[in-house]
Write a protein that binds this ligand. Structure first.
Ligand code: CDP
Ligand code: MG
Length: 733
């Protein structure tokens, strides 16, 4: 491929601000010196980690940062990616005594991968076992204990914690990290934390305030509404639990003003980063196939450029897996001496130990190529990157409030994302970034990404806010208000699902139960309904399987073989039952073979089974984990765990009762019209119903490429719609 080179980006070349690292330089003083894997405190490995920590730009400003935290209840910290914010600041706070008396420093991340990998790194730096002093908690995966003092978690998870503990009383400091990402959870969390902080300081100034159950500016009810009866903790306990809460908002982008203004003129500090020049290259012409262009560029760099690892930004798990296979295939065609390229994927659904592979150095003599989603943009910093390949695309949520439809679409990145991506190449020395589009395309990009809250279905967060006692959603102090239409549409959906009453209050028990489940409202409702339809076992499997990406994998070169292999799972009723068949076949297989096997062995056996059956073993494993977790939740809630056996009619009827907003009818030309939105959609070729085309379907996913496709669907009887969802269809008729 031929390239057009453009001037290099260099924000602040070698700001070498790491001179006098202060007393806590080795940083692990207060942590126990667990002797793990022979990694003793004096081992070369430990020394190397201590050395790395000392050389981070942030190391020299530890004392000043702590002073600022002491002086300011809300502090905004802006620092370039890789300067050490996420890994170091929580340790500084720990060392400064913010975890005394059993208090916890909590750090939220927009992405689970970041929470998991960073926690692991920090546990290593501290020389402790993960899950002890340093832990993480993300949806469906908790690695914390009573002794956890530094806790990494997703922003969504902290929102859920607030349901159980409205004061977030165990935290002395909460750090909202990666705030520039502006995920919907981060935005809502900031509004919530503002209130928690206020309530906690009020409770210290005036113990009585706490007991009045009065609402503050946001209409946010911090306490039970019944003046103490049934309260989650009594007065004395409340007073003990209340102590000031420090808030830190961290961001990689340079615009601190929005945050500062939102938090009433909060102080912002900037941390000098270290950024080497990065040469930017553009393609001469637009690329028709960016995956192919990425492959060509990977090999061009590998064969022609000096040593240094490659980071490639792709849009999702499926794409990453297919590029991984293609690289491996092409590698076998290279001469022996050029095959020294190690491929490492990293994306959200990857099991944690495999995520960590991205951080490990390549074997000696090898070059590493990391295939990442946009998690590698700012959330995680992988050492050793010198070359970045950026097709300029990202998978993003998009929502049409008029139609009430949310979908995932691949869209161009913003300018600021493109700059962040290229910056990854200049962390340790000068680097190169290959943008797989012509330079004039760059100029056309949006400056920054629109906050997610403006482009997603809000029913999930509204349900949670309602459960937290926020009655007036339209009046909530959002950092950026979602449109009125979007809010009203989501309220309407929650009402149709039975989560809200006529007065727009959370219904009891359905709304409360739905808010407790860590799932989208329609999935939560499906589980609650399934216990009445006697098919909770089937619905649990369905929800778990729908929560992961791509259960089947169909390599291009083994297309026919894969089709034949997966035929035995196919159900004539549709994809939901097909997914149940896969899950059950895997479970049966394991049960027969692994009675006396240990975990590692049984996983190996399952992997082999998956390979033979063209099932994605990573996805299946993830689904099994999720299944275990939600089963725990529904059991705790006392839902009746029953199976409908062979009577799948019950299960299909339950799908209609739950996902009635996603029903579509066949039209004369073979396309479908979705009832609720009026959109014309087609059945995705991967569906088992692709050729059958039943008259009426229920679907779970809408994908937009050139056409609108629906995926994960089941054949249903259109008469069931009015029978099982009269609240919507009786009205429509
Ligand atoms: O948060 P920020 O982007 O400022 O930096 P960080 O995530 O704290 O990363 C600081 C340094 O730790 C980076 O230079 C990484 O090379 C290193 N790190 C690592 O080696 N392994 C990890 N799992 C995480 C960070
Ligand atoms: Mg960070």
């Amino acid at each position: 491929m031929s390239w057009v080179a453009r001037g290099s980006h260099q924000s602040n070349a070698n700001a070498n601000g790491n001179a006098n690292c202060n007393g806590n330089g080795n940083g692990n003083g207060k942590f126990s010196n667990a002797n793990r894997n022979g990694k003793t405190n004096s081992s070369p490995w430990r020394q190397k980690i201590a050395q790395q920590r000392k050389s981070l730009p942030i190391a020299s400003v530890e004392k000043r940062l702590i002073e600022e935290v002491r002086k300011n209840d809300i502090l905004i910290i802006v620092g370039e990616t890789g300067s050490g914010k996420t890994t170091q600041i929580p340790q500084f706070l720990f060392n400064a005594g913010f975890c005394n008396n059993g208090k916890v420093v909590g750090i939220t991340q927009p992405r689970r991968v970041a929470a998991v990998t960073v926690a692991k790194r920090v546990a290593d730096e501290c020389g402790v076992e993960l899950g002890q002093k340093v832990g993480y908690s993300v949806r469906f995966d908790d690695s914390t204990s009573n002794s956890t003092r530094i806790k990494y978690m997703t922003d969504g998870l902290l929102l859920r914690e607030a349901l159980l503990d409205p004061y977030l009383s165990k935290y002395s400091v909460i750090i909202v990290d990666e705030a520039h990402e502006r995920t919907v959870h981060t935005d809502v969390l900031m509004g919530l934390l503002k209130n928690v902080q206020l309530a906690r300081s009020e409770s210290i100034n005036d113990g009585q305030n706490l007991n009045n159950g009065n609402k503050n500016a946001n209409g946010f009810m911090l306490l039970d509404k019944d003046n103490g009866q049934n309260s989650s903790f009594d007065r004395k306990e409340r007073r003990e639990k209340s102590s000031p809460l420090k808030l830190i908002i961290m961001s990689a982008s340079l615009d601190a003003r929005t945050f500062s203004e939102y938090f009433g003129g909060a102080k912002a500090v900037h941390i000098q980063g270290r950024q080497f020049p990065v040469d930017i290259f553009y393609t001469r012409y637009p690329e028709t196939d960016y995956v192919d262009a990425a492959l060509i560029t990977i090999f061009q760099v590998h064969l022609e450029e000096t040593h240094g690892d490659i980071l490639v930004f792709l849009t999702g798990q499926e794409e990453i897996e297919s590029v991984e296979r293609l690289i491996k295939e092409r590698l076998t065609k290279l001469p022996q001496g050029s095959q020294n390229l190690q491929v490492v994927p990293i994306y959200a659904a990857l099991p944690p130990e495999q995520q960590m592979r991205a951080f490990a150095p390549a074997p000696s003599g090898f070059r590493k190529v990391i295939l990442a989603t946009n998690i590698a943009e700012t959330s995680i910093t992988i050492p050793g990157i010198k070359y970045v390949i950026d097709p300029g695309l990202v998978k993003a949520r998009s929502y049409d409030p008029g139609k009430g439809m949310e979908s995932l679409i691949v869209v161009p990145t913003s300018k600021s994302q493109a700059l962040q991506r290229s910056g990854r190449a200049g962390r340790e020395g000068p680097g190169k970034c290959f943008r797989l589009y012509p330079e004039n395309e760059f100029e056309k990009l949006e400056d920054s990404t629109m906050p997610e809250i403006k482009r997603c279905n809000l029913s999930n967060v509204i349900l949670q806010l309602k459960a937290l006692g926020v009655d007036d959603i339209l009046g909530f102090d959002f950092i950026e208000k979602p449109s009125r239409t979007a809010i009203i549409k989501s309220l309407e959906q929650l009402f149709l699902l039975g989560a809200l009453t006529d007065e727009c209050q959370l219904s009891d028990p359905v709304g409360r139960q739905m808010a407790r489940l860590p799932l989208d409202p329609d999935y939560a409702k499906a589980l609650i309904l399934a216990s009445q339809f006697n098919c909770l076992e089937e619905m649990l499997i369905t929800v778990a399987m729908l929560s992961v990406e791509s259960i089947f994998y169909t390599p291009r070169d083994k297309y026919e073989e894969a089709r034949t292999a997966t035929k035995c799972f196919a159900s004539p009723e549709g994809d939901h039952i097909t997914l149940i068949n896969v899950y059950r076949a895997a479970t049966d297989f394991l049960e027969k073979r692994t009675v006396e096997m240990n975990k590692a062995k049984s996983e190996k056996v399952l992997r082999k089974w998956c390979n033979e059956n063209f099932i994605n073993s990573r996805s299946l494993r993830h689904a099994r984990d999720i299944h275990r977790q939600i089963q725990g939740h529904v059991q705790q809630m006392g839902l009746k765990l029953a199976s409908c056996g062979d009577d799948m009619l019950q299960f299909r009827r339950c799908l209609v009762a739950s996902f009635f907003l996603n029903a579509a009818m066949k039209q004369a030309d073979g396309t479908y019209r979705a009832y609720a939105s009026g959109q014309v959609v087609q059945i995705h070729p991967s569906s088992v119903l692709f050729r059958k085309k039943p008259d009426c379907i229920i679907f779970n996913e809408l994908i937009q490429t050139n056409n609108k496709y629906v995926r994960n669907l089941t054949r249903v009887d259109s008469l069931w719609l009015t029978e099982l969802a009269p609240q919507f269809y009786a009205m429509q008729n």
